[in-house]
Design a protein around this ligand. Structure first.
Ligand code: ATP
Ligand code: MG
Length: 229
């Protein structure tokens, strides 16, 4: 089943400095992702990869084109022109976004940051904490860090907490912007193993990987972008 169809998608930024300057983000993007498929975006720095993901998540508005999300019940919704409340609903129930950086509130422990995601979905607190600890342990976070705020963690540790948070309670579509950028090979491959499991569970994913080996292992298809302009 198709999960996401992107048709003739374009993004131009209007940057207001003295006067207004137009900056091309990306142009004429056509993609489709099925349930359980991983699509990678690949191309040079500045080609528009992150901007595409942000547009799919509606962090950025669309200049032209459509982004059709297919729900399990057969209904579709065009993310490019959906209302704010529809977007909030999609983000709550259907679409997850994992960026390179962890953005969290202070004074919440690593375990809570991760277990919250399961609790939101209706899992009990005890089970959620056990599963969160298992995931953190799998991603090589030391147990002595579990009850501390990730704000004091190293860059790579924060990124692993971020991934744990992003994949522990997967939604039907997951957008991943260089989730392993500051991880070593061992941890990158551990993340890849977890993403493979998400595929078997039917999660559709659009991702950007720095590590070409990881990209080739996980991808069902690769969309190559040229530099714009
Ligand atoms: N919010 C913004 N305002 C103005 N221009 C932007 C904005 N976001 C992105 N751009 C521009 O869009 C183009 C694509 O940027 P984007 O971040 O999508 O590239 P990328 O392919 O993810 O690059 P990298 O591999 O370096 O992360 C760049 O020229 C950038 O300057
Ligand atoms: Mg980017």
């Amino acid at each position: 089943m198709i999960r996401l169809e992107v048709k003739d998608l374009n993004k131009t930024f209007n940057v207001h400095t003295r006067g207004s300057i137009e900056v091309k983000g990306f142009e004429n993007i056509n993609l489709s992702v099925k349930q359980g498929e991983f699509l990678s975006l690949f191309g040079p720095s500045g080609a528009g990869k992150s901007s595409i993901l942000k547009t799919l998540f509606r962090t950025y508005t669309t200049t032209s084109g459509s982004i059709i999300f297919h729900k399990d019940n057969g209904n579709t919704i065009d993310i490019s022109n959906a209302s704010e409340s529809e977007i909030l609903n999609l983000r709550k129930n259907e679409i997850g976004y994992v960026s390179q950086f962890l953005q969290i509130l202070p004074r919440i422990s690593a375990v809570d940051v991760v277990s919250e995601q399961l609790i939101f979905k209706g899992e009990s607190e005890d089970v959620s904490r056990i599963k969160a600890k298992e995931m953190l342990d799998y991603l090589s976070i030391r147990e002595e860090l579990f009850d501390l705020s990730p704000l004091t963690f190293s860059g790579g540790e924060q990124q692993r907490v971020n991934i744990a948070k992003g994949i522990i309670a997967p939604k039907s579509l997951l957008l991943l912007d260089e989730p392993t950028a500051s991880l070593d090979k061992t941890n990158t491959m551990k993340v890849v193993e977890k993403l493979k499991i998400l595929k078997t569970q039917g999660v559709a994913m659009v991702g950007i990987f720095h590590d070409l080996e990881a990209m080739n292992i996980i991808s069902d298809s690769i969309h190559e972008l040229k530099r714009v302009g």
